[in-house]
Design a protein around this ligand. Structure first.
Ligand SMILES: Cc1ncc(C[n+]2csc(CCOP(=O)(O)OP(=O)(O)O)c2C)c(N)n1
Ligand SMILES: [Mg+2]
Length: 366
């Protein structure tokens, strides 16, 4: 029998009591050195990217306040810190490429065309929301814009992401699908079953792990073995890993990968390293990480970085940036008023949107 003193236990991993050393939960690789023009982005594209990221940030900061004021309940998982991933990706994809994600979905919805009004009303559970007030924070969706929404079961939507690319391949429409999920989903059986099938059937799908360092209160290095992006090898699948705190880096890599997946009709498995600044959800006291760690990552803030880029490259002046910020602020404040003044769904709405056609069983069962 092994000597008790040799037994190795998982460290508690609080990043506390380690002589002030900051043990980062995810190591960020370097960002791109290329300028936007070298990446094929216009000056206006970069201005738009900043505006989008700032909208995602302010929308969620206000949503958090509204939640704290008790304006709405349920779950609220904030994407703050991860905005470069959604923004860089959406600018890299075609507008009709499919996107599906997990429950941390507000940023994705906004950048894929859900208005601040539709988003805020959804949080408030109002009929004018993007999911008619029946989805809430975790279920933003706008299928018209090929945004298939947020899903609450960890890893549960991964087969659906592959299903979307199966449909695209079957219809030979030239579209690809992208399926985003957290580091907490990489060890779910659904991921492995899906990756096996996707590689076997050569589905044009990009599987993307947004590794934000934590799955609820458990650091990635404590819940998963090895390097996440290396899982691709087990399926003979192409893989990549890059920095997700810089929208230009995300754009550069996602554009290259999307072009290749479209061209070859073969899947790819990608790990994007990022960081969430807020707790897992609103009820998280964040005992599992130190303030110092959070501050370290905030130094690489994606929204601030883009603002600095605009200024350094002389794409906009301080005044112009301020004007953008004010415009966004008005949009977000107006969305709160819109949400408050909108009606709740009628009780009958419970029976709507359950089936793609008319429900057939009501009459049959009488
Ligand atoms: C199948 C399943 N198990 C457990 C949960 C509870 N749960 C909700 S979120 C979460 C953590 C997921 O973390 P990650 O995938 O890293 O996403 P993140 O919250 O970091 O965006 C867990 C375990 C769930 N929703 N579904
Ligand atoms: Mg995570």
């Amino acid at each position: 029998m092994a000597n008790k003193s040799q037994a190795v236990f998982t460290p508690i991993g609080l990043n506390k009591g380690n002589n002030g050393k900051i043990d980062k939960s995810v190591k960020l690789p370097p960002v791109t050195k290329k300028k936007h023009s070298e990446l094929g982005l216009s000056d206006q594209d970069v201005v738009n990217m900043y505006q989008q990221m700032y909208l995602q940030r302010r929308f969620e900061e206000r949503a958090m306040q509204m939640y704290q004021k008790g304006k709405f309940g349920g779950f609220l998982h904030l994407y703050i810190g991860q905005e470069a991933v959604s923004t860089g990706t959406v600018f890299a994809l075609n507008d009709d490429d499919d996107i599906i994600t997990a429950y941390r979905d507000h940023g994705w919805g906004l950048v894929r065309g859900i208005s601040a009004n539709e988003g805020m009303a959804e949080l408030f559970g109002k009929a004018t929301g993007c999911s008619k007030g029946k989805g809430g924070s975790m279920h933003f969706a706008k299928t018209k814009n090929h945004f298939w929404g947020g899903y609450g079961i960890v890893g549960g939507h991964i087969p659906i992401g592959a299903g979307l690319s199966f449909a695209n391949k079957y219809q030979e429409n030239g579209r690809i699908s992208t399926c985003f999920f957290g580091d907490g989903a990489v060890d779910q059986g659904a991921l492995h079953e899906t990756m096996n099938m996707a590689q076997l059937w050569k589905l044009p799908c990009i599987f993307v792990v947004e590794n934000n360092g934590y799955s609820m209160g458990t650091a990635a290095r404590r819940h998963t073995v090895g390097e996440i992006h290396e899982r691709a090898k087990g399926y003979g699948m192409k893989g990549a890993m890059f920095n997700g705190m810089d929208a230009l880096t995300v754009y550069e890599n996602m554009k290259k990968i999307a072009d290749e997946v479209r061209e070859t009709s073969e899947p790819c498995f990608v790990e994007i390293r990022t960081y969430r600044y807020r707790g897992h959800s609103m009820s998280d006291p964040q005992q599992y990480r130190s303030k110092e760690e959070l501050l370290e990552y905030q130094k690489t803030d994606p929204v601030e970085r883009m603002k600095t880029y605009l200024l350094n490259e002389k794409l906009q002046t301080e005044e112009e940036i301020l004007a953008t910020q004010e415009k966004v602020e008005e949009e977000v404040m107006a969305s709160i008023e819109f949400a408050e003044n909108s009606p709740f769904p009628e009780p009958e709405a419970l029976y709507e949107d359950m089936f793609s056609g008319e429900p057939f069983f009501h009459d049959d069962q009488r």
